[in-house]
Design a protein around this ligand. Structure first.
Ligand code: ARG
Ligand code: ZN
Length: 887
């Protein structure tokens, strides 16, 4: 807890470490309240460090027991213990430092450092958790070899794990087990891990491409031993994929994953010993949805991919976080596209980007992919660093092409293996491997904000030319008033009247130029205005721009509704077919919002309804893509498309479209739902793209049918909820019932809880469905659920399911005009800040857009933020989010 104004850390103030630590021996004598940690480190002063430079170690919340140098005790006259540092004076150039500290894992509610989750000792050290274990230069450019001895009672803690391989295991004279692990790879402290507890093991062998045998080990609480299969299969797929796609294989003899229930984030890539939020490991068809299965496959792969992009090559400092996260998310996205439906997975990437990253880029905490300052680094595990960071890598891949990208990656691995590097080093590897100048491209790392690109088209039948003129603008963001133009790859096709893409010859190219008969090209915008002229275009084509979402920009299209409907039916880029449907839906919703505001009656345009009906009824299309095309843009993205967010208008217009579709297309929706349900009846659950697509379309039909509350739809929802043998379908039914009046929804909620009360991840769903249900008294319902015996402020998943879901995804409840929703959230942030600052700071998110609402809501949200800001002893985490939001 800090009372003075927290300090801002600047990238420009980076200095290399004064002392390096080639190796460290750790000993943990485990005890829930008083774990004793003995750290013996080799310390070496670097050549550039003056001889009188003190040794400065990071440490927070530690009880310091003793310090010794080369075995001789050092008294407090030689060291200074500050709140978050230990400064030791007069140290030799090379020596062995022994530090003994005592920590309290049971009292660690921040879930950073060493803590207990359901009686399991576990660690989370990224970014700066290692300093809560011992005094150490806790920064990623200090890489050490770790040897870790864990001492504990084998009856209570039958499993005791750390990074690397076990090298000694014995019962000591104290009657306790002493097990020693050794990790041969030097690593930064944030990749250290320790786990001890009563865990069940699921083991499976794997042979790498060079023929090395690896033991894959999944550790879960014994009651979850039946939910490991999917995670294990996902891990193997990821290992094979990284060998094939990047030529990278695993490098230790054991790969361990431990699932724990209490975890601040999704998962952590500690070397050889990943620790996961159990949500991203545990799955059984009746407890996990398709989206959970997909999330597990993606996150297991993500953490595995970090072994090369993150662990073997790590970050020099935390400003470079996207070096590993953006790149690893990109690799994860490529992997998912290769294993699930490629088009659907790209659509999901873009949905996440638009729902989370675009608002961030447009708000008070906008920051570049490579930030240049922070107060608390935990606040920078953001959608910008992760998802926009991945888009930046994708653009590089698009601009230089897959072969050049592969050469760049190979050089990156070759040049930097074993090092802690910067984003510049990454881009330079690609530039050097391909003899390219990527200087302007690097602006994507340093300029915040989402570029807006508008396009004008001109067809001249006389000269048979077609002109595309792009104009880009990048609005100011905090600290960046003026920006330079970005390098924007726009993947482009021109669709002819017959629906086929045209050959694309630029006017300045010879007719026999090799690229001149391609039907898709990457146009690169490098200036504020860039014009392209195509030759031999006889008739006005419909341009298909930014195919596959080739750049994270807002493209303002002037296409007519009819062109959008045309692209919905004809674009040979599946992503852009979906995009046309989204753009069309956004337009329709905007017009309805305007109608509602002007007091005009709402009418669903017949053309839109017909385009919708044609898509549902088209059985030549992949059901998964139909479902994506017909899912309306989410409220968060819709809000992003409005200068002044009209809360009631968005909800009302979106609801109106849902109800009208459900009502006017009832026959068609019932037919499709019944056909899909019949096809799947009696088949065992399988997580494959075709089955997932069928379930997703069936559930979407059900959602539309339920929107107007027609009996045929509700009857099917109830039946699906009651009889489904898998969680995807059961939840599909429950979500429909949840929005109905209490007489219909309450019995369903009660039955669901009675059946699943012993499965925490399913209980999370129970909270979440209720927290996000659209009902008049949503907040009262949430307040009642806060009192439920199953609710706990100590479990991050539970907090996210109830409080987080309500604030982020129940606009009607959260933005209640009285401001009660805001008061509620502020109260929860204040309470949580005392126990878990990271989770508290995340909850500030929904307040960040406060300036975009109407005057009354602005005033109320601002008051709520000011009430938080006025608290004494706020954590750095919450302080940073709140003060930046108010600035
Ligand atoms: N590196 C982890 C990942 O795979 C996330 C760890 C985040 N930790 C934190 N304290 N914010 O994305
Ligand atoms: Zn990651």
């Amino acid at each position: 807890m800090k009372t003075d104004t927290p300090k801002t850390i600047l990238l420009s103030e980076y200095t290399p470490p004064a002392y390096l630590v080639p190796s460290i021996d750790l000993e943990f004598r485990l005890d829930p309240h008083a774990t004793r940690v003995t750290a013996v480190s080799r310390m070496e002063r670097t050549a550039d460090t003056p001889a009188d430079a003190p040794l400065v170690l990071n440490g927070a919340g530690l009880k310091l027991v003793s310090v010794a140098i080369d075995g001789a005790p050092v008294g407090p006259d030689r060291w200074l213990q500050e709140e978050e540092r230990l400064v030791i004076r007069k140290v030799p150039a090379a020596f062995e430092l022994t530090v003994v500290t005592e920590i309290d894992p049971a009292g660690n509610t921040a879930l950073e450092g060493l803590y207990l989750s359901n009686g399991i000792f576990c660690t989370q050290c990224e970014a700066e958790g290692f300093r809560k274990i011992t005094y150490f230069p806790d920064r990623p450019d200090v890489m050490a070899r770790y040897r870790t001895t864990i001492i504990g009672d084998p009856a209570v803690l039958p499993v005791m794990l750390s990074n690397g391989n076990p090298v000694a295991d014995e019962i000591g004279e104290d009657g306790l087990r002493h097990i020693t692990w050794e990790d041969p790879f030097p690593k930064p402290s944030y990749l250290f891990a320790l786990v001890a507890g009563d865990l069940a093991l699921c083991e499976s062998p794997f042979t790498t491409m060079s023929g090395r045998d690896v033991s894959l080990r999944l550790y879960v609480e014994p009651r979850n031993a039946d939910k490991c299969e999917h995670a294990m299969a996902s891990l193997k797929k990821a290992m094979v994929w990284d060998e094939q796609a990047y030529g990278r294989e695993y490098d230790l003899d054991i790969y361990m994953i431990v699932a724990v229930d209490d975890f601040n984030m999704g998962a952590m890539e500690n070397k050889g010993l990943n620790v996961f939020n159990s949500k991203y490991i545990l799955a059984r068809p009746d407890t996990a949805t398709d989206s959970d299965y997909g999330g597990i496959e993606a996150v297991v792969a993500h953490e595995y991919f970090h072994n090369w992009t993150g662990n073997r090559i790590t970050c020099r400092d935390w400003f470079q976080l996207s070096l590993k996260e953006g790149l690893t998310v990109f690799r994860e996205q490529q992997f998912v596209a290769d294993h699930q439906s490629a088009a659907v997975s790209r659509i999901h990437d873009v949905r996440v980007l638009r729902a989370a990253q675009f608002p961030e880029d447009a708000g008070p905490t906008a920051h570049p992919v490579r930030p240049d300052s922070y107060i608390e680094i935990s606040n920078f595990y953001t959608s910008t660093v992760y998802n926009k960071g991945a888009e930046v890598i994708r653009m590089l891949h698009t601009l230089i092409g897959p072969e050049a990208f592969a050469r760049g990656m190979d050089l990156y691995f070759e040049r930097h293996d074993g090092q802690a590097v910067t984003c510049e080093d990454f881009v330079r590897a690609h530039a050097d491997a391909n003899e390219l100048d990527l200087g302007d491209f690097f602006r994507w790392y340093v300029q915040a904000g989402t570029p807006e690109v508008s396009v004008e088209t001109r067809h001249d039948p006389e000269s048979r030319s077609f002109e595309l003129t792009f104009t880009q603008t990048l609005k100011p963001t905090p600290g960046q008033p003026v920006k330079k133009p970005m390098v924007i790859p726009v993947r482009t096709a021109l669709i002819g009247a017959d629906g086929a893409p045209l050959a694309l010859r630029l006017a300045n190219e010879a007719a026999d130029a090799p690229e001149a008969d391609q039907t898709e090209r990457v146009l690169v915008l490098e200036d504020r205005v860039t014009r392209f002229t195509f030759a031999d275009v006889a008739e006005r084509p419909v341009p298909s721009l930014l195919r596959g979402f080739s750049a994270p920009v807002k493209l303002e299209t002037r296409a007519e509704d009819a062109d959008l409907a045309f692209l919905m039916g004809h674009d040979d880029d599946a992503f852009n077919r979906w995009e046309a449907a989204q753009t069309y839906a956004i337009r329709v919703i905007h017009r309805l919002i305007a109608d509602a505001a002007a007091g005009r009656p709402l009418v669903l345009p017949a053309d839109f309804r017909d385009a919708f009906a044609r898509t549902i009824g088209d059985d030549s299309l992949d059901p998964a893509l139909i479902a994506e095309a017909l899912t309306l843009p989410g409220e968060s993205y819709l809000a992003e498309t409005m200068t002044r967010i009209d809360v009631e208008g968005i909800t009302a217009a979106r609801q109106f479209v849902r109800r009208e579709i459900g009502r006017s297309l009832e026959g068609l929706l019932l037919e499709v739902f019944d056909r899909l349900a019949a096809e799947d009846a009696g088949k065992p659950y399988s997580f494959d793209p075709a089955s997932v697509g069928r379930r997703s379309l069936a559930n979407l039909c059900l959602a539309y049918l339920g929107a107007p509350g027609g009996t045929a739809g509700l009857e099917r929802a109830r039946r699906r909820f009651e009889t489904a043998d898998n969680m995807t379908d059961a939840l599909g039914g429950l979500l429909v019932l949840a929005d109905q009046e209490d007489a219909l929804s309450q019995p369903a909620f009660d039955a669901f809880y009675a059946r699943w009360k012993d499965e925490p991840l399913v209980v999370d769903k129970w909270f979440m469905v209720q927290a996000t249900a659209s009902r008049a008294n949503a907040l009262d319902h949430v307040l009642k659920l806060m009192e439920h015996p199953a609710f706990s402020m100590r479990n991050p998943n539970r907090v996210r399911s109830l409080i987080g879901a309500f604030a982020a995804s129940n606009p009607r409840g959260f933005h209640e005009a009285s401001g009660r929703g805001y008061d509620f959230l502020a109260d929860q942030i204040i309470t949580l800040d005392a126990s878990n600052p990271q989770i508290a700071a995340r909850l500030v998110g929904p307040f960040k857009r406060w300036r975009r609402y109407d005057d009354q809501r602005q005033a109320l949200m601002r008051q709520a933020l000011e009430r938080i800001a006025a608290r004494q002893g706020l954590s750095r985490d919450v302080y940073e989010m709140v003060s930046k939001s108010l600035a």
